[in-house]
Design a protein around this ligand. Structure first.
Ligand SMILES: Cc1cc2nc3c(=O)[nH]c(=O)nc-3n(C[C@H](O)[C@H](O)[C@H](O)COP(=O)(O)OP(=O)(O)OC[C@H]3O[C@@H](n4cnc5c(N)ncnc54)[C@H](O)[C@@H]3O)c2cc1C
Length: 452
């Protein structure tokens, strides 16, 4: 039973990167916003992320002499995903990315452009990130801005239960407050910013069977609610089988270990002490290789040089050191013992990897190396996990949710994990940093459009 009626201009479901951005942008245009978050804190997956974010044409890039254009960024994204993402939406997001990055900096988000850092598929240095490589830094700054904005009414621990509509349009939503009170919200527009469905095991089993039953490391309430409401209103969905996975999640203590270790030369070995793939392969490719190993658990092995390079580029790695999940040994035999690996195989594995570093010829096709591995050695027990689903509601270049016949559902917007992302149909199509571009970018676009 509805106990309270509330009226606002724009109601937003979820206060992660997409929802916080949409709320701030809409109030800049003079609108009143009701921002509803199921969790007791804002941030969602955005706060858990490493904060790696692609953009073209930002002030920070210009200051560093990077002249890559939005067209070139869109070309990189479309090349990697085989032109499977909506080209017009992809280009719109790339054109929005530079001004969006400037806007975030103006909000006080501490961002830097990383001129020397490129992920596979990048023709230019598109990456921006907080120096801490921590998405929480971004959402904390946006939360402070939200709290300063009297036109935003933020409610935590408030679960949106569904949408309300007439035959023609969305008219609002219903939600449950922490004290159990049901509220009905009447709004001119609703923005779905409730992430994807990684935390919904039956949706994962249905759409992403290769990750059924696997670890999930993302927002707790990414249960696919928004996607299901959209579907029940006749909205189209795209690329529901696409996802972002990670092959370096600490195990059993779940923590993001980062790709920086691998990027600087770390290898992964299974319990037989053998490598099993190209660790620098796409997120998805190598995560599936980890999934195929005994117990889905492997050891990430690195040395002092890699540790220091990682700490310099990814200061957040100190969290792993303080958590006590990193083992250090003077010899490979000692490290093998600590992780219960086959020591003889491990010695042979490191020796042939070191030869590959020098010759450039690797049995697993790896072409990006660091230096040969040398004592002292370090290891972390890691597994692979699904971190973000990338399929979702089909939206147009104004972030409006579309029906199967391509017409927009009046009053309904979606962004971030609730909308179809930019990977196309296959996870290998995901360009690093485009998850956050979809979240902040579609939030930015939806906030502007809904406020019109
Ligand atoms: C460990 C990790 C590392 C990552 N690293 C990167 C990276 O470096 N770069 C990159 O581009 N991407 C990265 N990603 C992906 C990226 O974080 C996501 O694509 C992005 O954060 C999605 O943002 P969002 O706003 O859509 O969702 P979220 O940030 O997850 O926010 C959604 C919010 O909606 C709330 N919600 C859900 N349902 C309801 C409901 N019914 N009622 C009310 N509230 C609800 C949730 O509680 C949540 O707070 C990473 C993800 C993870 C998990």
């Amino acid at each position: 039973m509805i106990e309270k009626m509330v009226e606002t201009d724009i109601a937003i479901v979820g206060a992660g990167g997409c929802g916080l951005t949409a709320a701030l942008v809409a109030t800049e245009q003079g609108k009143r916003v009701l921002l509803l978050e199921r969790n007791s804190a804002v941030g969602g997956s955005t706060a858990m992320s490493a904060g790696i974010f692609v953009a073209a044409g930002s002030r920070l890039q210009r200051e560093n002499g990077e002249t890559g254009t939005p067209e070139e960024l869109a070309a990189d994204i479309l090349r990697l995903n085989g032109r499977q993402s909506d080209a017009s939406l992809t280009k719109t997001l790339c054109f929005a990315s530079g001004p969006l990055m400037d806007w975030l900096v103006d909000q006080g988000v501490p961002l830097e452009h990383m001129p020397d850092y490129k992920y596979p598929g990048m023709s230019r240095s598109w990456i921006h990130s907080p120096p801490q490589r921590d998405g929480l830094v971004m959402t904390n700054v946006l939360l402070r801005a939200v709290k300063r904005q009297p036109a935003i009414d933020l409610h935590l621990q408030t679960r949106v239960a569904g949408l309300t509509s007439t035959a023609e349009m969305v008219t609002g939503l219903t939600a449950t407050r922490p004290d159990g009170e049901s509220i009905s919200v009447r709004a001119q527009s609703v923005i779905l910013a409730a992430s994807g469905f990684g935390a919904n095991p039956s949706m994962v089993a249905h759409y992403i069977p290769e990750f059924a039953g696997a670890q999930y490391y993302g927002a707790q309430y990414a249960t696919g609610d928004a996607i299901q409401w959209g579907q029940s209103m006749g909205a189209a969905t795209d690329h529901m089988g696409a996802y972002q996975s990670h092959s370096s999640i600490a195990y059993p203590k779940k923590m993001l270990v980062t790709t920086y270790l691998i990027n600087h030369g770390a290898i992964q070995v299974n319990q037989h002490g053998r490598r099993f793939g190209d660790e620098t392969d796409s997120y998805a490719g190598h995560a599936l290789a980890v999934q195929a190993q005994p117990n889905h658990v492997v050891v990430e092995l690195f040395d002092e040089y890699i540790l220091n390079e990682t700490l310099e580029n990814y200061p957040r790695f100190t969290e792993c050191l303080s958590a006590g999940i990193v083992e250090r040994s003077e010899t490979l035999a000692e490290l093998a013992q600590k992780f219960n690996l086959d020591g003889d195989n491990l010695a042979r594995t490191v020796s042939s990897y070191n030869t590959a570093v020098l010759t450039g010829k690797d049995d697993f096709g790896r072409s990006r190396f660091g230096e040969p591995l040398s004592s002292p050695f370090y290891g972390i027990s890691v597994t692979s996990a699904l971190v973000q689903t990338l399929g979702g509601l089909r939206v147009d270049a104004r972030a409006r949710v579309k029906r199967l016949d391509e017409t927009p559902i009046p009053g309904l917007y979606a962004g971030g994990g609730s909308a179809s992302g930019m990977a196309g149909e296959r996870p290998q199509g995901y360009l690093a940093g485009t998850g956050l571009l979809s979240a902040f970018g579609l939030g930015w676009i939806a906030g502007h459009d809904a406020a019109r």
